[in-house]
Design a binder for this molecule. Sequence first.
Ligand SMILES: *Cc1c(COP(=O)(O)O)cnc(C)c1O
Length: 229
Amino acid sequence: MAIKENFQSINQRIARAAHQSGRQASDITLVAVSKTVSIDKINQTHKLGINDFGENRVKELLQKADQIPAVNWHMIGRLQTNKVKEIIGKVKMIHSLDRWNLIEEIEKRGQSAGVKVPALLEINISQEEQKAGFSSGEVKEVLEAAAYFKSLEIRGFMTMAPLSDDPETSRPVFRELAELKRKFEKNQYNNVRLDYLSMGMSGDFEVAIQEGANIVRIGTALFKDTEQG
Ligand SMILES: *Cc1c(COP(=O)(O)O)cnc(C)c1O
């Protein structure tokens, strides 16, 4: 089965990159990005030992989470405020806290549901116009506001590097996000624990790990079917 071989090769590459940054493979969480992937394939992947899956659309996430409740589901895509109430309490982590009104909505819905909502601040390091996320300059204000949250817990940062065929293009972006984490983890903000850096996808996850990622979000490299090319 292709997925098994893909997984083995990804594992080796994760381990190598982890060692290069003075860590171990077990320090890195692989989130298998299963958007458009069938339930069958997700089940097969789960059996290989993957327990974390990422989706970028609420409807698809909820349908899959309903059928495979035993794994951790991660919301990694842009989240509409009117969908927040549907996924509160059903996801392990929201990676895409990218604007103030989303923060407010999650806090409000999380409070009324009486649940904690772990999430990552999405930072638009590369400052691309079309890209979602807070700028580095806004981070301080958000972390200060977090002191008043009762439900939302900020657990780290997430970013997406600009699309490129060359993974080295992503390195300065990942490095800057890692620096941002180091800078802000020195301060103590209530309700904030900057444990996670979610960065790196199929094309650049090794570079991301070398720069300090401890969550990588991998879709294509895992689910591509080598038999079909
Ligand atoms: C699709 C997606 C990924 C995975 O991308 P691949 O290149 O297929 O590994 C990671 N993060 C987000 C936010 C995505 O939407």
